[in-house]
Design a protein around this ligand. Sequence first.
Ligand SMILES: *[C@@H]1O[C@H](CO)[C@@H](O)[C@H](O)[C@H]1NC(C)=O
Ligand SMILES: *[C@@H]1O[C@H](CO)[C@@H](O)[C@H](O)[C@H]1NC(C)=O
Ligand SMILES: *[C@@H]1O[C@H](CO)[C@@H](O)[C@H](O)[C@H]1NC(C)=O
Ligand SMILES: *[C@@H]1O[C@H](CO)[C@@H](O)[C@H](O)[C@H]1NC(C)=O
Ligand SMILES: *[C@@H]1O[C@H](CO)[C@@H](O)[C@H](O)[C@H]1NC(C)=O
Length: 212
Amino acid sequence: MAATKAATLRLIVAALLLIAAAAADTYTNHTVGGDAGWFFDSTTNKTSADYSAWAANTTFNLGDYLIFNTNTNQTVIQTYNKTTYSSCIIDDALDDDTFQYDGGRNEFGSAMTIDVALTIEGTQYYFSDASDGEQCQQGMAFEVKVGHGLGLPPSLNQPPPPAYVPPPGSANDEGHSPPATVANTPPSSNHAIITGASFSVSVLLGLISLLV
Ligand SMILES: *[C@@H]1O[C@H](CO)[C@@H](O)[C@H](O)[C@H]1NC(C)=O
Ligand SMILES: *[C@@H]1O[C@H](CO)[C@@H](O)[C@H](O)[C@H]1NC(C)=O
Ligand SMILES: *[C@@H]1O[C@H](CO)[C@@H](O)[C@H](O)[C@H]1NC(C)=O
Ligand SMILES: *[C@@H]1O[C@H](CO)[C@@H](O)[C@H](O)[C@H]1NC(C)=O
Ligand SMILES: *[C@@H]1O[C@H](CO)[C@@H](O)[C@H](O)[C@H]1NC(C)=O
């Protein structure tokens, strides 16, 4: 009996090590459009890749990143609002469902790489609103369905910053519309999510304590 127990323990420890090793590296960075990147040719009005087909052929999970290899002639807008996505512009977008990622530069044609972490499960949308939405209308747009996968890694599972409180005396500008966009920071989730690896480890530790 003692020998069986020891053998079982060794098996469990081996399984535990295997799971830790397998889970450690399972988040994926997806380069949008593959080698073609995220570009629009304003002479031919053509996108450098078929982004809808690319996204439909890719599996996205929490903790993955989208990597946009692009330049400042394109923008990267992330939205959770299908109306905003379909409109191809962000003039009426809401601060809490639409985010603009950019390099903070104004000149045309400067290379930039934009990394977007996928931190919320479900459907989200991306487009370029450059040229008053024309790039988006011509195909600079795609939809992503984010699955749970391993859940958020601890590095992305930070609580959001505290809500902005307007200073006293600035409360009576209700007639003003909010700024067209949009926070520069990606949304983050404060759900307590443990990763697949740490979950498996705690389950197996529980099994071990039952055995010994
Ligand atoms: C994925 O991209 C993020 C953000 O740039 C980076 O921190 C991370 O190291 C990358 N992971 C891999 C496996 O390349
Ligand atoms: C590209 O689109 C613009 C604006 O809609 C139009 O003026 C131009 O003729 C188009 N060019 C080509 C090559 O289709
Ligand atoms: C889908 O992805 C696979 C594997 O990455 C690739 O071989 C295939 O060409 C892709 N299909 C399309 C339509 O992009
Ligand atoms: C989506 O965005 C539009 C503006 O583009 C806004 O009018 C609408 O209220 C938003 N929908 C939701 C569900 O927040
Ligand atoms: C960027 O856009 C400007 C203005 O439309 C154009 O002159 C330039 O050729 C573009 N650069 C690149 C690298 O696409």
